[in-house]
Design a protein around this ligand. Sequence first.
Ligand SMILES: CC(C)=CCC[C@@H](C)[C@H]1CC[C@@]2(C)C3=C(CC[C@]12C)[C@@]1(C)CC[C@H](O)C(C)(C)[C@@H]1CC3
Length: 743
Amino acid sequence: MARTEATKLSNGIIHNEKVPNGSVTVSEIHDEKTDYTRWRLLDERGRQTWHYLQTDEEVEQWPQSTADKYHLGLPTGLPNLPPPRTPLASAHNALTFFSALQLPPGNWACEYGGPLFLLPGLVIAWYVTQTPIPPAYAIQIKNYLFARQNAEDGGWGLHIEGESSVFGTAMNYVVCRLLGADAEDPRMVRARALLHELGGAVNGPHWAKFWLSVLGVCEWEIVNPVPPELWLLPDWVPIAPWRWWIHMRAVFLPMSFIWSRRFSHPLDPLTRSLRDELFTQPHNSINFAAHRNSISPRDNYHPKTWVLNTINWLLVNIWNPYLRSARLVQKAEAWTWKLMQMEDANTDFANLAPVNGPMHLLACYIEEGPDAYSVKRHRERMEDFLWVKDEGMLMNGTNGVQNWDTSFAIQAVMACPGFATDERWRPMLTKALEFLEDQQIREDCVDQEVCYRHPRKGAWGFSTREQGYTVSDCTSEAVKAVMQLQSTPGYPTLVSDERIHEAIDIILTMQNPSGGCSSYEPTRGSEYLEYLNAAEVFGRIMVEYDYPECTTACVTALMLFKKLYPTYRTADIDAFVERALAYIRRVQRPDGSWYGSWGICFTYAGMFALEALAAVGETYENSERVRRACKFFIDRQMEDGGWGETYRSCETGEWCNHERSQVVQTAWVCIALMEAGFPEQEPIRKALRMAMGRQRANGEWLQEGIEGVFNKSCMISYPNYKFIFPIKALGMYAERYGDIELD
Ligand SMILES: CC(C)=CCC[C@@H](C)[C@H]1CC[C@@]2(C)C3=C(CC[C@]12C)[C@@]1(C)CC[C@H](O)C(C)(C)[C@@H]1CC3
């Protein structure tokens, strides 16, 4: 075994430096582990944080819940159930299991991993802001990354199922090193070899170059400009940042501030060593400025356009050296800082998402110093993004899936005849209703026009009320769940009519002139802004687009509302629905399918689109397009009765069959066919038989392929879907055809 020398770093992590001639093999590696019986998930009104208990006393006082055990991959001890013979019995078993995972405030939680570019931002931000990293976190994060290292080449990709890229490999290599991994650990050696094969870190995309410059491993000259001056453009300018998709402008904001300050962590032994490890030539011989546009083909999903390249050239060669006056810089930085403070105030430092969150932490550290309240609060908020599972600790794509999964869970149960009025499920559903009531956003943002925020009073976001961002379909799915429960005998009216009206008012603001709906706001800028897409690794990110999924959610919420409240804004609702349906019809592809942007892929969007059409009475019987849509699915049913497509469908825009059918996608298609009123029962029965066949004796289904996507190229996990959608499909079947045995 090689000899190691331990160095204690400023952040408290013990860092093992292998003496150069040492070598170890994978079989000799004994990674440190944490004690899984000591992890606990705390859910405070939806704010979820994991805690590693230090003493036996604490362990005794705070017992591990079934949900903790399940998420950690420990045996839950949940009992085997009578084998289900009918769809409803299967749904019942599934719900028996799933209900045990409900958290005390009434919501469900789960891992929300997939992207592999989030931890690097967090860990680099922690490191450069001297934030102490608890040893248990360091151990767990490394374990997760090693568990997710691609077996064939030792690298990491953009997401957990993606092929290795410079972005994934360079950045996660850095994370492991910052958390104490040894450069001579064979897994690091392999990752480094691959990175060098791909040309080294100079071939990373813009975000990689940005973070490596922050860390002091690259020179800032390698980073294409991120000028905060853009925030000074008058609002009417077609490229003004307020028009961009909310995630892009939220990232651009702190990034432009940090870029403008050219913050770099002072060199230390570890970063000095990284300067040697990440490149294929000696650090001092690299012409960083010449690598601004270097990028490996594996990372170049959306190559920069000639327009952007020209703008970058002008900024680097003319604007920055000759025209960018100190006064202007100061003004731009002051205004970006003000906008950042508004984002922090409006979210209580939770921030929109895990990319801008760590950047805000760093920006506050730069501007206000290490002891500022803003820095302290941001450090606390970083906890909200972390998740622990059997493989280790990862960073979620948001601060959780609280509202979204809880709304869908309610709707799935509502699809099962008799469940909502069954005493067995009433407490669970009432709790879930209480949670949604608590999470509706009750106030608009302070100075919403100044900080370009869309109205939010009455809305629901994807995760929590604190995060506080209106999302069209999250509002719709939540208000649907609330209306469904509150109109069922035996449930309290927690959300008043007035508050339901407020939600509907918000939904009515979400439609674009096209008739379609986007995610967070109506579209504010032209699709041509995609010419300025500088991220390289993602497609279609610059502005809000229309999505059949979001549009459908709005339509179905409005239709249910109209049924229950037939007098409120009826004309507006009718006009909205008509335009929305025209949009859904227009974007159907000639082969009968719809392309999905938030779930993989055609199976997901098809389910929504057919639900929207069914909501206005357009079904197989009376519509050629619905028949075409059904044919699209029937043609792709697999031998075993299921359906399966891979994430490649999202990337390529063409159906890519999975080698194995997937329970979640099979449920989506069953729901789609039932919504469509597909006249033959056999394909649906066969599909549900397959799903029931994969159900375990305790009622659960095991995790299969990844379910979700964003920005066309990045996949993201929705582990609760394997409960929610099969339950809904089984319930719908029983409702429509009777709860009969399927064979
Ligand atoms: C490129 C950047 C900034 C990465 C950070 C990740 C976010 C952009 C992603 C992670 C989760 C994500 C996919 C999400 C959405 C938008 C983009 C998010 C927030 C939305 C809200 C869009 C509308 C969708 O119908 C749905 C509600 C499913 C998702 C939920 C998650």
